[in-house]
Design a binder for this molecule. Structure first.
Ligand code: SAM
Length: 271
């Protein structure tokens, strides 16, 4: 068994990993990420402390599936050579779920101590690289080739950055890649940041959430060259029909209240 000792934002990866593992063990999984289930079996950690239950697991799985589908769409649109940069990858096995062809180069980026755990848990694969760095550091982007269509994708990361760090990161990404860039990530609004103590990942880890994106178009102003392709409300996004009935009933009751409806959104920008 692999002992892991992570704190704050790094520890939250265990919450989402466990959500995907429980989904994989369900009778009718949404994502079916059996590698996540195997990883949970291999890690010496009391996953009950995540407070994620089988009933909550589809919420994690639906988000992962939605973002997986954007990655697949990007790879279809850019057939041939392309680069995927997966930021704040945690212990997500997205590269195996997508299983891209040999013409795709894939980078998973997370803090060095997280990458160390990834290396212990997951096998290598051709075209797949890991970078141990904070996404807020300068320098790691130089390790990624430019001149090819590039997708920067992140799930459950933006809210752990400050607004300044987030905007700087988006600027660096758009400046760096000159072969066409797509940036896809989920973002919280101000209400989600204000009510963060209700978020199981925050409660369990003691992490603090900072960055809210209330108006996705503001980033077009803050990051020269970026244009907004999609801003999709997570509660009603494709795949949300797979959420448990209780969540769906609640979400349709809350739909008229815009700040509640927009607590979490999937954003896709292009350059
Ligand atoms: C909620 S977890 C999500 C992990 C993964 N994307 C998933 O969906 O399972 C948040 C992740 O963001 C990473 N993270 C937070 N701040 C980061 C930073 N500044 N640089 C790199 N990774 C960061 C954490 O280490 C953690 O893996």
């Amino acid at each position: 068994m692999l002992r892991v000792q992570l704190t704050e934002a790094r520890e939250t990866l265990l919450v989402t990993l466990y959500g995907r593992a429980l989904d994989a063990r369900a009778t009718r999984p949404v994502l079916g990420d059996t590698m996540a289930s195997e990883a949970v079996n291999a890690i010496d950690f009391d996953f009950a402390t995540t407070h994620i239950t089988p009933r909550m697991a589809p919420t994690v799985a639906v988000r992962a599936k939605f973002i997986d589908d954007w990655v697949r769409e990007f790879l279809r649109e850019h057939q041939g050579e392309a680069t995927v940069v997966h930021l704040g990858a945690g212990l997500d096995t997205r590269v195996w779920r997508i299983d891209p062809g040999p013409e795709v180069t894939w980078f998973d980026v997370d803090f060095p101590e997280v990458i160390e755990i990834r290396r212990a848990l997951f096998p290598e694969r051709p075209g797949y690289h890991m970078i141990g760095a904070s996404v807020t550091d300068e320098g790691w982007l130089d390790r990624i080739p430019d001149g090819r269509p590039t997708l920067a994708v992140a799930e459950g990361l933006s809210m752990y950055l400050t607004a300044r760090e987030g905007v700087t990161l988006l600027r660096r990404i758009t400046d760096r890649f000159n072969g066409g860039t797509t940036i896809a990530f989920d973002a919280f609004n101000r209400l989600a940041i204000r009510t963060q103590k209700m978020n199981p990942a925050v409660r369990m880890s003691g992490a603090t959430l900072h960055w809210s994106v209330d108006h996705p178009r503001d980033l077009v102003r803050d990051v020269p060259g970026l244009r907004l392709r999609d801003a999709v409300v997570a509660l009603t996004a494709p795949g949300s029909e797979l959420l448990p009935r209780g969540t769906r009933v609640l979400s349709s009751a809350l739909r008229p209240f815009r700040p509640i409806r927009q607590m979490s959104r999937y954003l896709r920008y292009e350059r």
